[in-house]
Ligand binder design. Structure first.
Ligand code: AMP
Ligand code: ZN
Length: 664
């Protein structure tokens, strides 16, 4: 068994060197010595394949090729983060927290926000078993093979780790590593990469893992999720992860107040330029995990965390031309076409100008030099004009008065900032925009049909509205440009399959102004069938929870147009879902109508989210903080004493999980 022992000893030694080099940045042997030992191990492993170990340091060099990355569900959802930009934002956040937690002393951890690609790593018995990208937060791509080549990701943990957990982090490229990659590329006559962030995230999806192994990627970790972790706070979590061998940046601070948080932010806003990697802000988290649990999540982000964004970078460039885009609702958006300029790592060519007022306010003119800034959004914005650079005789911008697509005279309603093209049924981008919205993922999700094909079908005169999609035949589609038998078949099948999409999404797909996903759900639930909805008066609509006058008016307007009713009638005959399904109806009741609930603590039989869903399905409303409007406080285990006191003070009824279940 001498070979086995030798192999294991070498693995152990190399792991430790890896750790010192890649995690601690503090190597104790030379690269040359490391390579010699690695080769020695490789030779032994080749000779004794029976001692194979998926966590061996020799497997870091990659080699396996992945053709298709499998989609995997995250056991714990990966949320996004809410953003704040000022002291006031941060203080508002603290107030919201205090409202939910009551009068308790809240401490915060501050970490840097690493700018790369999110990743979730699963460890079982100390071994890396899976690495999945964030994807849409519910599921992502299995990129384990590629992640294994990143040397700062431990394949085997050390110390006293829990048997099973997920750890979240960010895959990044250091500025130095990125610069080196680009030097090599340019030496080979290739175009340099644009920025570290996109390059890091692109690397994860390379098919050949040996290429990934050559990139100087790093993995910085910040959060652990799993059962029975035995961890009390975020700060402790960071320390524990570090002790198990993960690379967790030591730039993290425990702050006793938002004032201390702001000091951290101010310091790093200046010193971030000395860091080896890019950061675009600070992530502030409520330190105690018990409070985190109590605060829970919104639909998109945890309530207990907040990203504080550093002020965006600015550049100045020439504005060549102002052009105008027509959206699906006919809204006109002016666009600044800029002389391309590098800003925060990407080349910027266009910026939004929002509306006529914005242009007037900035007094931007074609030919001006303007300051451009990139905030959190993808499209950068124009901050101001550099008047010192304005050429003599530059004319003020004259806003268009006719639609650039169909030449109809534009209108602007009282109190609205946007100009509109009123030619709803004849303006091409409005027609195709509505159809594109109809087929989009959150609406009818029609597979085999994309935005460009919609434009093509429209141009060829095959569709005039979304109902026409259901009349398309393969024979009509096949002869079109870039179409073949298979793609025509897919398209027709995709359209047919969409007939099963549930009512609330059909309602959203219709594209009624102000009827977004959530409103569509509310209306579907309240009216149950399209006929009932079409028969509703404005007063009745407004009486529905969370439906305001603006929405009600828009719904009435939509169904008052004969053309729209005709289309709905046609869609009905094609078999689309225009009422809630039996199953949806069965799981719903009005038992809790008019009642507002606050849910707090830990429950025995239900997850907090299941409980909230039950409340909503039965017509009740969930609120996050107790007020005089609260009807019931559903109290679980470990509920904060201040919450109970507040409920008692306001005379809110406190009920148990069991009481609640009996109610429904
Ligand atoms: P966003 O994508 O802008 O909503 O920001 C959320 C993302 O920030 C998360 O998915 C993480 O990948 C990333 N992130 C970077 N650094 C941190 C950190 N220290 N704590 C939490 N999230 C972080
Ligand atoms: Zn038009």
């Amino acid at each position: 068994m001498e070979a086995k022992q030798k192999i294991e000893a070498l693995r152990k030694e190399l792991r430790e060197h890896n750790y010192k080099y890649y995690v601690l940045d503090d190597p104790i042997i030379s690269d040359y010595e490391f390579d010699i030992r690695l080769k020695e191990l490789q030779a032994l492993e080749d000779q004794y394949p029976e001692f194979h170990d998926p966590t061996s340091p020799t497997l870091r060099v990659g080699g396996a090729v992945t053709k298709n990355f499998e989609t995997l569900k995250h056991e714990y959802r990966m949320y996004s983060l809410d953003n704040s930009y000022s002291k006031e934002d941060l203080e508002d956040w603290e107030k919201r927290i205090q409202r939910i937690l009551g009068d308790v002393q809240v401490e915060y951890t501050c970490e840097l926000k690493y700018d790369g690609a999110s990743i979730s790593l699963t460890y079982e018995d100390g071994k890396l078993v899976r690495a999945v990208t964030r994807g849409d937060g519910f599921q992502g791509d299995d990129v384990t093979t590629n992640i294994k080549t990143i040397k700062s990701v431990p394949l085997q943990l050390k110390g006293d780790y829990p048997p099973k957990f997920d750890i979240r982090g960010e895959i990044i490229l250091t500025l130095e590593g990125f610069a080196k990659m680009n030097q090599e590329r340019m030496a080979q006559g290739e175009e340099p990469y644009m920025n570290p962030r996109n390059t890091a995230s692109g690397s994860l999806k390379l098919q050949d893992s040996s290429l990934v192994a050559q990139r100087p990627l790093e993995c910085l970790l910040y959060s652990i999720v799993g059962p029975n972790l035995n961890i009390e706070s975020q700060f402790e979590m960071l320390e524990k992860a570090r002790s198990w061998g993960f690379k967790v940046p030591t730039i993290a601070a425990l702050c006793k107040s938002t004032n201390e948080v702001l000091k951290f932010v101010e310091y790093w806003d200046v010193h971030r330029h000395d860091l080896p990697y890019e950061t675009d802000g600070v992530v502030v988290k409520v330190n105690r995990l018990r409070y985190q649990d109590e605060l829970g999540h919104t639909a998109k982000a945890p309530r207990w965390a907040m990203a504080y964004k550093f002020k965006a970078e600015q550049v100045s460039t020439l504005l060549n031309k102002i052009t105008y885009q027509v959206g699906r609702t006919g809204a006109i958006t002016p666009v600044a076409n800029l002389e391309p300029v590098l800003l925060a790592g990407t080349t910027v060519k266009r910026a939004s100008l929002h509306n006529a007022d914005q242009i007037a306010k900035l007094d931007v003119r074609e030919g001006d030099t303007v300051f451009v800034e990139k905030g959190g959004e993808i499209i950068p914005k124009i901050i101001s004009v550099d008047l010192t650079k304005r050429p003599l005789g530059l004319q003020p911008n004259e806003y268009i008065s006719n639609c650039p697509e169909c030449f109809t005279k534009l209108i602007r309603k009282e109190g609205e900032a946007q100009h509109f093209c009123p030619n709803e049924t004849g303006c091409p981008p409005q027609i195709t925009g509505r159809i594109q919205h109809f087929i989009s993922r959150k609406a009818m999700d029609i597979e085999g049909l994309g935005g460009e094909t919609v434009e093509l079908l429209f141009k060829e005169g095959l569709i005039q509205n979304y109902a026409d999609l259901y009349m398309l035949t393969e024979e009509q589609i096949m002869p079109l440009e870039r179409m073949a038998e298979k793609s025509a078949e897919n398209l027709v099948n995709g359209v047919a399959a969409s007939k099963q999409i549930p009512f609330e999404r059909v309602l959203f797909a219709l594209g009624i102004r102000y009827v977004g996903e959530t409103v569509a759900k509310k209306l579907a639930k309240a009216y149950k069938t399209i006929d009932a909805l079409m028969a509703a008066s404005e007063e009745e609509l407004v009486a529905v929870d969370e439906i305001g006058g603006r929405i009600a008016e828009s719904v009435i307007h939509f169904f008052s147009e004969e053309k729209n009713c005709e289309i709905v009638e046609r869609l009905k005959t094609y078999g689309l879902q225009f009422s809630l399904s039996e199953e949806q109806l069965q799981n719903q009741s009005d038992t809790l109508k008019g009642k507002t609930f606050v849910v707090s603590g830990v429950f025995e039989t239900l997850e907090r989210n299941e409980l909230k869903k039950l409340i909503e399905d039965n017509g009740g409303k969930v609120s996050s903080s107790i007020s005089s409007k609260t009807s019931f406080l559903v109290a679980g285990d470990k509920m904060g004493p201040s919450k109970r006191a507040k409920a008692e003070n306001l005379g809110v009824l406190i009920i148990s999980e069991q009481d609640f279940l009996e109610m429904v």
